[in-house]
Structure formats: structure tokens, C-alpha cells
Design a protein around this ligand. Sequence first.
Ligand code: ADP
Length: 431
Amino acid sequence: MLNSYSAFRLFFRLALFLILFFFVGALVGHIAVVMLLGTTFMLVWHYRQIARLNFWLWKDKKLTPPQGQGSWEGVFNGIYRLQGKNRRRVGQLATLLARFRQGAEALPDAAVVLDAEHNILWCNKLAQLILGFVWPQDSGQRIDNLIRHPDFSAYLKKANYKDPLEIPSPVSDKRLLEIRIMSYGDRQLLLIARDITRIHQLEGMRKDFVANVSHELKTPLTVLQGYLEIMQGMEDDDSPNQKPLLLMQQQTSRMQSMVEQLLALSRIEDAIDVDLSKMVNMQAMMEVLKEEAVALAGSEYTLEFNCEPGLNTHGNELQLRSACSNLISNAIRYTAPGGVISVTWRSVATGALFSVKDTGVGIAPQHINRLTERFYRVDNARSSKTGGTGLGLAIAKHALSHHHSELNVTSEYGKGSTFSFIIPTHLLERQ
Ligand code: ADP
């Protein structure tokens, strides 16, 4: 029976025994002796209960406690109840853990749990397969002792897991892995590794295909353009052939600029390790950009160029110029004559800002996130009419990513847009 004794009940029992001993003592005429014998008997009895409890807790294999007697019954039963509760809780936790592990095993990626010192606590079967871990032998090992790649060690050391890391698999250097790390719980880390060999191959094939096709189209288009010019020169000005020849020439030159943009994009995409040690003279570059803008805009636009003197950057001049000139030519092409285009290069708190502000057609908010996708155009007809290829902003985005920067776009539909980027302080040089 499960019951507990209240403090009052315990004192009551004690008092009852003492009164009993007192009366027995009075009856036999030896109160002190009987009281002493009685309390000694009680003490021995309690010690015996403690010894039984001790034996059951430490030596006995039985789950049920021995039958408690008197005031000890509540203690024995209470301990048994607590044990049962703990057993149930451990059972629940074990089920939860088993479920978590089953879930992690079902993941299509390798999953590894690490502690704050990067020691392996647990990994799933796929981790054993694609990362080459041996389980349970590798449990407790530091992960950078098993994945021995300098980029991986640097990634762990930096502890900035915002971007994933791509490294060859420790099992086969023909396979490429994408590693992501997330921190969770009590300073633990979850590492997810995915085999991206196939995606990487397909991406490579896509790039090669675009580069090869663009390259192959270049010569025939130049020949076509040349013959069209000759034919146009051979026809009289009022000949009915003039119009179709002019249209053909316009279309071939559009195709030519698209091919050139595609080649420029694949060149920029392919340049993984861009040399950022060379200094780019921004004042000189702004002069060139201004000349180009004046040639494109003519006298119909107001062009404002503001350049902070002596503020230069390290980087690839060709790529930076291509990004900037795409932004400026877009501003002119998407602004009606009479508009104002302001180009600025100046220092800000986090680096140097290049911005192109126009008073043009503007862009509705739903298009802004997609502008840098290849061939994405807000208005196809308008873009074709202005000689657009849909590749200018994709080129700018890639060129800027090589300079640790990204394109920011703010725009108000019908009022104008601002395209800008910030070159971080560590690339800048002031003279
Ligand atoms: P395109 O060669 O078509 O101009 P881009 O990649 O340079 O291609 O630009 C993508 C689209 O972004 C354009 O088609 C146009 O709709 C929009 N866009 C770019 N710059 C501006 C701008 N300054 N004002 C309004 N729309 C713009």
C-alpha cells in the first residue's frame, strides 16, 4: 500500500510509545529503566529498517522494496514510486532519442552532431558512407582530424557558418561535398554534408555549352553583318530592299551584342580566383564611364557625375567597369529623354558606395528580386526596343560578388530607380 506519514502522525506514534513505556514503568515501579529499555528497543528497530533499506538499495536485485513496517512503510513505498517514475521518464527519453535517430537516418544527407570543441558525438549512416567515418570508433574524435582539408579547418576556425563550404570528399577527391553547419541546443553543432558532384557537373556543362555556342556564333554573325553592310551600300537609297536590309542589320547587331554579353558573363563566372591585388583608379574609370554615358545619352539627358577624389579600390578593373557601365547604360535606356541620371562614388561607413540614380520608368516591387537572373526583363518589348539583352545585371551581380559586394536596388514605379553597391573597406585605398 502506498502511503506517506505526516510529521504529526510520526510525533503522535513516538508520543504513544513513550506514554506506553511510562505506564508500564509505573506499573512495575521502574519508570526510568523501562523508558530506557523501550527507547533502546525503538532505536534498534529503526536501525534494522535502515539496514533493510540499505540492502535493498545497494545489493538486492528485486525491483519491489521489502515490506516496510510502521513509519518506514511510507519511506520504502515513496522510494519505489520515485524509481518507477524515473524509469518511465528514461523510457520516454529513449523512445524520443530513437525517433530522432530514425529521422536523422532517413535524411538524404550526411548528418553529424558535434560538441563545442568539434568532437563527434553522433553521425548517421550516410556520414559513414560519404565522409568515411567509422562508427563507433570515431565517436569523440575531432572532426578536423578526420576531414583533413585546409578550407574545412579554416571554416571551423572562423566559425562563420552563414555560407556553405564546398570541399572534395575525404573518401574520393572526384566527389564534391557541400558542407553546412548549424549551431543548436547547448553549444552543439549539426553538420550536414551533401554530395553535389552531379549538380556541379551539370553546372559546368551548362557554362561550357553557353560559352561554346556563343563562341561558335561570333564568326558567322560577323560575316553576316559585313555582307549586310556591303549589300546595303550596293542598293539605291530608295530601293525597296533598303528596309528589310536595315531590319536584318539591326537584328544581327542585337544578336552580336547578346553573344558578346554571354561571353562576358561566362568569362566573369569562370574567374573564380579574381586577382584583387591590383589597384583600380576610380577617378580615371569615372572619366571613361562619363564619356561613354555622354555618347549614349547625347544632349537629351542631364548627367551628374560625383567622384570623391583619391578614393580607389583594389580589384579587377574590367569587371568593375563592366558592372558600372551596365548600371549607367540601363539608367539611360530606362529613362525618358529629359530625365536626370546621377552617378556617385564616395566613402560611407562600411566602405565606398557606387550608385546610379535615375528619374526613369522605375520597377514594380515584385520584379526587384529577380532582376539579376539571366534574361529576366520586366518589360520584354521595351527592353528589346532599347537594345537590351537581359544579361547586364547578371554580369554586374557576378562581377560584384568577386569584389565581396552585392547589388542593391531601390525603386519607385513610375518615378525612378537607384542601383548601388558598396565595396568593403578592406579593398579600398585612399591617396
Ligand atoms: P536588359 O539588357 O534587358 O536591360 P538587364 O539585366 O540590364 O537587362 O536588366 C534587367 C531588367 O531590369 C531590364 O529588362 C529592365 O526591365 C530592368 N531594369 C534595369 N535597370 C533599370 C532601370 N534603371 N530602370 C528601370 N528598369 C531597369
